[in-house]
Design a binder for this molecule. Structure first.
Ligand code: ATP
Ligand code: MG
Length: 693
């Protein structure tokens, strides 16, 4: 066969190229053996994976037979675009069109949902199942908990979210409940028998209602793979299976992977043990460390040692932090990106000043030509960005928040989604319970009564339409039934169904939220726009539940493509990404490491890796901010909600020389405000006037 000219290969270094070419072009079209790429942050792992997919396609692999799994849908979409770009650069141009057909890329959970619908009949599952997000799941756990009477008879029985966390941990780690309790929830260990009953009841409730929770998507998939015939059929769909961020997978995911490709052929996994930050969700770094010897012959291992992302001073500081880790497999990286500017360690008075400092710097960077999109502010927990969000709104700096409070969490959006879900799956009690109570005169008890009548029937929807409705809702009941019948008949088509629900719902919305109904209605119009981006109701509900859009400063919905906005993100959600300038908030003990997670030394080590992940997101500029006082959510012993904080223990004195240390204070009153402050003041005044026009 003639050698395809692949210009893109020249841009890679030798080891990246070896990983890209691994097993490609074996005579007879065979695929290569298992491959592990393990290397530090910014060494081009994800980039190499994208090139590998492109190279496979250029060399004749069928893109529909490639499965690509990443950590988030955003990452999957980005990877798809990269693959297309690389393929489009190949002279004959055919590959670019082919890359378009990369149909199987997404998260483990998203791929699991798709497969389970397709194979539902094989495993006795109704393909119309709906998916519960964490909040729905906690609501259902709570329902079962009440039914079993634990909340009454057992004082201090764990809260619904804790119950769900325990359940989830046991499932994802594939570990007996007793062990999970002993290791992670010792204070709840005494309730083991009750928890066992609760979880049994929860599983039964889910099955009776034909709903799956997040964990079920993996669990059912793994169970399906334990049947050899099904495993062969599913594994046989793909010639190549590639996984990014493998260090953050759990045992269930690793089991799925080896069941897909028992000999490891066509399997490529990529990761960095120093960036393993999801053990609280039962991810285990053992997956990546044990990967090579899972197979015989063992997987080939490629390590990378050059960082292409960060300047030398930033890399030196990040290496300094991770060098102090107790154990680590990946080696330190080097870079040739020389720069004079060291990362900053900035002390400020409190979180208010921290917000003002970051906003000021962000604007200064923008004046120096750095778009807002090239800058990100990272923090340990979602609520830490509160004061900054206020400051950004005040200064009119647009932002998007990843992994924060979701558009979909707002009550009115959830109401509409519940109606769609209930129509899709009338057994879904959490959805039915919510949507029925929108009708005036329907409370929890009467909603339960209808749901009970439905649950007792072999055709729950017929039971609903035949039901006369709660007596006090006689006027509204026919409209409700008509809506659901219309949705089930798909009379309005997709995404028209959203409009259908909207016109039914708006009178109720006006009644429930009379003070801000106008804004909420605008959100629903936006939901309709979002819905138009999905091919069907079922895909919309599934994908929105698994990976909701991010919250923005302006309207509640996702931002327009060409807008410029600052990125706010938890460190966890920033995984795999990079920005020219990165600010890390609250680099103090109690935050990083979090005081929630300093129980064991494993937990402290994970927090160290978290700081490493945060620092290695930066390309050109990095600032860690250290407020001297910060706000705690619990109450301190003195009743004071501010505590005096000290710099994170992960930057001990010997590392200080790697940073430029400085203090920052707000300009004292009386000082002449700079031109920028004036500009902002004029903007605000104009807005105030506009309000009355
Ligand atoms: P992380 O561990 O944070 O996920 P990573 O190892 O996946 O990082 P990438 O995101 O793939 O790293 O790459 C980091 C940066 O380096 C990107 O901007 C990428 O374009 C660039 N890069 C990677 N390889 C090369 C190369 N051979 N030449 C030039 N730039 C490269
Ligand atoms: Mg990556």
């Amino acid at each position: 066969e003639p050698e395809v000219s692949a210009v893109y290969l020249d841009k890679l270094n030798d080891r990246q190229r070896a990983a890209v070419e691994h097993g490609v072009g074996i005579p007879g079209g065979a695929v290569g053996g298992p491959l592990l790429i393990i290397a530090g942050a910014g060494s081009g792992k994800t980039n190499t994976l994208a090139h590998r997919v492109a190279h496979l396609i250029v060399n004749g692999a069928d893109p529909r037979r490639i499965l690509l799994m990443t950590f988030s849908r955003r990452a999957a979409a980005e990877m798809g675009r990269r693959v297309e770009r690389i393929c489009a650069g190949v002279p004959d141009g055919k590959a670019g069109a082919l890359a378009d057909a990369l149909a199987w890329s997404g998260t483990f959970h998203g791929i699991g949902a798709r497969l389970l619908r397709e194979h539902a009949a094989d495993i006795g599952l109704d393909p119309q199942f709906t998916i519960h997000d964490r909040e729905d799941s906690a609501d259902l756990v709570n329902l079962v908990r009440h039914q079993l009477g634990f909340s009454k008879t057992e004082s201090r029985f764990p809260a619904k979210a804790t119950c769900l966390a325990i359940y989830s941990r046991a499932v994802n780690a594939q570990t007996p409940l007793a062990d999970v309790l002993r290791a992670n929830f010792p204070w709840a260990a005494a309730w083991e028998p009750q928890l066992r009953d609760l979880f049994a009841g929860y599983v039964e409730a889910k099955q009776a209602q034909n709903v799956l929770d997040y964990d079920d998507l993996l669990l059912y998939w793994a169970q399906t793979m334990s049947e050899p015939a099904l495993a062969a059929a599913i594994g046989g769909r793909w010639d190549h299976v590639l996984v990014d961020e493998f260090q953050d997978t759990n045992r269930l995911q690793a089991a799925i992977l080896t069941a897909l490709k028992p000999a490891g052929s066509g399997l490529t996994v990529v990761g960095d043990d120093a960036q393993s930050i999801y053990s609280f969700r039962a991810a285990t770094v053992r997956n990546i460390l044990d990967f090579p010897k899972t197979f015989s012959p063992p997987a080939d291992v490629v390590t990378l040692d050059r960082n292409y992302r960060s300047t030398q001073p930033i890399l030196a500081a990040a290496n300094g932090v991770i060098d102090l880790a107790r154990e680590r497999f990946t080696k330190n990286l080097w870079t040739d990106r020389e720069a004079a500017e060291r990362p900053r360690l900035v002390t400020v008075r409190d979180e208010g000043d921290q917000a003002r400092y970051v906003a000021t710097e962000v604007l200064e960077n923008r004046e120096a030509g750095m778009r807002l999109k090239d800058q990100a502010v990272l923090f340990r927990a979602s609520q830490h960005s509160g004061p900054l969000e206020v400051e950004l709104v005040r200064r009119n700096i647009p932002f998007v928040k990843f992994g924060g409070l979701k558009f979909l969490d707002s009550a009115h959006v959830k109401d509409v989604l519940a109606a769609l879900r209930f129509a899709e799956n009338p057994r879904d009690r959490v959805a039915g319970f919510r949507v029925m109570q929108l009708l005036p005169g329907v409370g929890p008890a009467s909603a339960q009564a209808v749901l009970d009548a439905m649950a007792g029937s072999s055709d729950p929807f017929a039971a609903l339409t035949g039901h006369s409705g709660p007596p006090r809702a006689a006027a509204d009941w026919p409209g409700f039934v008509a809506l659901l019948s219309g949705l089930r008949a798909r009379s309005a088509g997709w995404p028209g169904e959203i409009g259908q629900v909207r016109s039914w719902y708006e009178p109720y919305l006006e009644r429930i939220h009379d003070e801000d109904a106008v804004m909420r209605k605008a959100d629903l119009l936006q939901l309709e726009d979002i819905a138009a981006g999905y091919p069907s109701r079922e895909r919309f509900l599934t994908e929105l539940t698994l990976d909701p859009p991010d919250a923005t400063s302006g309207q509640a919905g996702p931002p327009l493509r060409d807008e410029d906005y600052l990125i706010l993100s938890t460190i966890h959600s920033a995984k795999g990404q990079e920005w020219r300038s990165v600010f890390v908030l609250n680099a103090v003990d109690g935050c990083i490491p979090s005081d929630l997670g300093v129980g064991t030394s494993e937990e402290v080590e994970e927090e160290r890796r978290l700081l490493y992940v945060a620092m290695t997101r930066a390309r050109d500029r990095l600032a860690l901010v250290v407020p001297q006082r910060f706000f705690t959510h619990g109450q301190s012993a003195t009743g004071d909600r501010h505590v005096y904080a000290s710099r994170t223990r992960f930057i001990p004195p010997p590392l200080l020389s790697l940073f430029e240390c400085r203090a920052w204070t707000v300009a004292a009153p009386g000082q002449v405000p700079g031109p920028r402050a004036q500009q902002v003041r004029i903007d605000v005044a104009a807005r105030m006037r506009d309000m009355w026009r």
